[in-house]
Design a protein around this ligand. Structure first.
Ligand SMILES: *[C@@H]1O[C@H](CO)[C@@H](O)[C@H](O)[C@H]1NC(C)=O
Ligand SMILES: *[C@@H]1O[C@H](CO)[C@@H](O)[C@H](O)[C@H]1NC(C)=O
Length: 311
């Protein structure tokens, strides 16, 4: 479930096979110091796991309504909307993270000190939720403006701020461009903001295409991954070196449920086009057998095996 293999491919080991339909990931010119991970809900958990496991290669992580590293391990309940922070022992999570680092199951935690993290959560979320990460990194935890626990904020699109808007794929119009603020923090504070609004205001002049994920997985092993993911290559990136970001959808937000609405309704593409950020959107697949993942979540509970939290 870990996405490291994608990194190798986008950094130069892939090859293009055609211009239409589903393509192989192609070779692109990427600055290896510019790699970020971001996501929402279980995708936020995945971004956090990816960051901790591969911190030597990750510049930073942008997490919207995620859960702490190791929060879900061993859960037997439904695979999302679990909100029982009182069950989570922060001291133990920090200790476990240090142990994985020492035995080499994840990159040394020392790398995290130089990376950046952006965490967005509602003001009803427990602040304790991000404590394990606070131990190892400097976090920008933006002040929270509305009473809610769970959403992705934009400044021009979505349901009412402060509510759980399932019909809008959990996008809320909060007069706050969350994706821009997140990338601007991770990339040093000099990005171009879509001035007319988060979503639908910037011409997406680059190439958005579907790529073949199946070459990265051993079929027949439990993985709960789709055969296809999405890539966005901003218009300038065919010619010059660009940034790279992996973007992880939430539960019930993969291609099977919503096609490509996740990249198209959250403001990710607009900020990418203006700031030369190549984006890879790996896609899960729902799985009702083994592993049990009926909502197409990223694995934050260990349903694909204990390695979900490692390199
Ligand atoms: C958390 O775990 C530590 C170490 O195992 C233990 O000493 C402590 O009592 C636990 N805290 C709670 C609130 O259970
Ligand atoms: C910010 O962007 C401007 C315009 O591209 C550039 O001149 C300046 O050097 C950048 N500053 C930083 C700190 O990157």
């Amino acid at each position: 479930m870990c996405g490291y293999i994608f990194l190798l491919v986008v950094l130069g080991f892939g090859s293009a096979t055609g211009k239409t339909g589903i393509r192989k990931l192609e070779k692109l010119n990427v600055d290896p110091r510019s790699v970020t991970v971001t996501g929402f809900s279980s995708g936020g958990a995945q971004a956090m796991q990816f960051h901790l496991a591969h911190s030597s290669r990750i510049l930073g992580a942008g997490i919207f309504s995620g859960v702490p590293y190791l929060y879900g391990f061993g859960r037997k309940r439904e695979d999302f909307f679990v909100n029982d922070i009182e069950r989570f022992n922060t001291t133990e999570a920090i200790h476990a993270t240090e142990t994985y680092s020492i035995v080499g199951a994840i990159d040394p935690v020392e790398y995290l000190k130089n990376s950046k993290v952006y965490v967005y959560h509602g003001n009803r979320d427990s602040t304790e939720a991000v404590l394990p990460l606070k131990t190892f990194t400097n976090i920008l935890d933006p002040p929270c403006c509305v009473t809610s626990t769970f959403w992705r904020p934009t400044d021009n699109y979505g349901g009412p701020c402060g509510r759980l808007n399932l019909a809008n794929y959990m996008v809320n119009n909060c007069k706050y461009n969350g994706v821009y603020e997140m990338y601007n923090h991770l990339y040093g504070g000099n990005l171009t903001q879509p001035l007319m609004g988060s979503v639908g205001t910037v011409p997406i002049k680059g190439e958005f295409y579907y790529f073949d994920q199946s070459e990265f997985y051993v079929w027949g092993t439990p993985h709960s991954m789709d055969k296809v993911g999405f890539v966005y290559v901003p218009s300038e990136c065919a010619k010059k070196s660009c940034r790279l970001s992996f973007v992880f959808h939430g539960c019930l937000q993969n291609r099977q449920y919503f096609g490509d609405k996740f990249p198209r309704t959250t403001g990710y593409l607009e900020v990418a086009e203006l700031n030369n950020i190549i984006q890879v959107y790996p896609q899960t697949a729902r799985s009702t057998g083994t592993p049990r993942n009926p909502s197409g979540c990223w694995d934050w509970m260990g349903f694909t095996g204990e390695e979900y939290r490692e390199l």
